[in-house]
Design a binder for this molecule. Structure first.
Ligand code: GAL
Length: 428
């Protein structure tokens, strides 16, 4: 029972309604160039930065070998976690100018696109490619609506990772990373007093949203956190107040790098020995290795405080938008995304574990070997910031509340706006 993708939209996949909806199959409706749209493929993501672009490049190179006649057009828009990309994507979709494929998070975020009728269903693609059993069943539920599957997941990322610089902890006299949120706050104070270094590093505003989900999970526990995203989840509770108060204390101990440096500069502070901690998704592992930093020497990792035994997951998946101008080429791209070779090239560079169940585990070393083991045994919680549990509206409303809180540091107002966000965003 523990291994369930709870808190998202798990039930939706069960609501198979024959003949419902107007999503087409993977044949037929592509317009685009002659020959079924195979001259190029425009792929939209937000992977432009350190660590992220490298994973994409690895897969694109493999695609180029298999499909030398399809020009790959990289339409990536900079901005970690899609902060800029998602708005640009929305305006392109609204003006009927979709890319051939775009990155969308499995879960509530993808369900938004599906319900808005933006995506082709991929049922026949899954059948033709024999993909029905390739991915974990619970992950497939997150990309399914009314019995139809709508995307191809390339990875599983972990959100709740505490990255730390072992030398800075030693300098502060700390022998092990904190295992509860309260201990974490105590340690942050010790680090500041004893080393004068940055206790915890933050970057662009979304890195605070990212931190928030780990603090909520750490304080409320897996069931308490997951319950927040279900209908009737109690955002007004005293437990949430306590977590938000902890969040405030942690933020007060953080430095904030310029927003323009996104998440990378915040993470880099740790491997450069300027900061003790950063709570960031495991794309940081890809970035650290790209910087030439040594796992276990320059950086180590643990579950974020209070979350040991729970994998706060998210998954990047690629879609086939309705009206994609080069539909046939997009199908070839989706084949690459689904393939074992593609996933085993992409994920070790990206800092994620494969979505496929049959990947070559020998390629996943150090942090990633740990992540693969954890994925097998941990309980699961869905990342709200990275699209699993909160739809786009709810996500934006929480971000607005976090932005105001970072100015005011008023926990009471913050909690009220989170209560409102849950009501208006529509807890599913
Ligand atoms: C996440 C995305 C990851 C990574 C991260 C930072 O939302 O799923 O693949 O790119 O943002 O940009």
């Amino acid at each position: 029972m523990s291994k369930r993708l709870i808190g998202a939209v798990a039930a939706i996949g069960l609501l198979a309604v024959a003949g419902c909806g107007n999503g087409g199959d993977t044949n037929g409706s592509g317009s685009g160039d002659s020959g079924g749209g195979k001259s190029e493929v425009e792929v939209f993501s937000w992977w432009t930065g350190g660590g992220e672009a490298k994973g994409l490049e690895a897969m694109v190179k493999d695609f180029g070998k298999k499909q030398p006649d399809i020009a790959f057009k990289n339409a990536a828009v900079a901005g970690g976690s899609g902060t800029n990309a998602k708005a640009i994507l929305e305006s392109r979709l609204q003006s009927n100018d979709p890319p051939d494929s775009f990155q969308g998070h499995a879960g509530a975020e993808l369900q938004d696109y599906i319900k808005a009728g933006r995506l082709e269903d991929l049922n026949s693609f899954y059948d033709e490619q024999g993909l029905r059993d390739t991915f974990p069943e619970q992950l497939v539920e997150q990309i399914t609506f009314e019995g139809k599957i709508y995307s191809v997941p390339v990875n599983i990322h972990r959100s709740n990772v505490l990255w730390y610089n072992p030398a800075v902890l030693t300098e502060a006299g700390i022998t092990a990373p904190a295992t509860t949120v309260e201990e974490f706050i105590t340690q942050l104070k010790t680090i500041k007093e004893k080393t004068g270094k940055i206790p915890i590093s933050l970057g662009a505003q979304w890195t605070a949203d990212h931190l928030l989900e780990s603090v909520l999970l750490g304080d409320l526990g897996t069931d308490g956190y997951n319950a927040l995203w279900a209908k009737g989840g109690d955002w007004a509770s005293a437990d949430v107040t306590k977590a938000l108060d902890h969040f405030k204390q942690i933020v007060e101990m953080a430095n904030t790098e310029a927003a323009s440096t996104d998440w990378q500069a915040a993470a880099k502070n740790v491997v450069d020995g300027k900061a003790a901690y950063v709570i960031m998704g495991d794309w940081a592992d890809g970035y650290f290795r790209e910087l030439g930093k040594k796992p276990d020497v320059d950086y180590r990792w643990a579950a974020s405080p209070g979350t040991d035994g729970t994998y706060m997951w998210l998954s990047d998946s690629f879609t086939l938008p309705k009206g994609a101008p080069h539909k046939d080429a997009a199908i070839e791209w989706l084949k690459e995304c689904a393939s074992k070779e593609g996933q085993d090239l992409f994920n070790p560079a990206k800092g994620s574990i494969p979505a496929r169940k049959d990947a070559d585990v020998s390629l996943y070393k150090d942090y990633l070997a740990w992540a693969l083991e954890e994925w097998k045994s941990n309980d699961l919680a869905g990342s709200f910031w990275h699209g699993v549990t909160a739809n786009n509206k709810w996500h934006t409303d929480i971000d607005t509340a976090v932005g105001l809180f970072l100015q005011s540091k008023d926990v009471g107002k913050f909690q009220t706006s989170l209560v409102d966000a849950a009501k208006n965003g529509g807890q599913v």
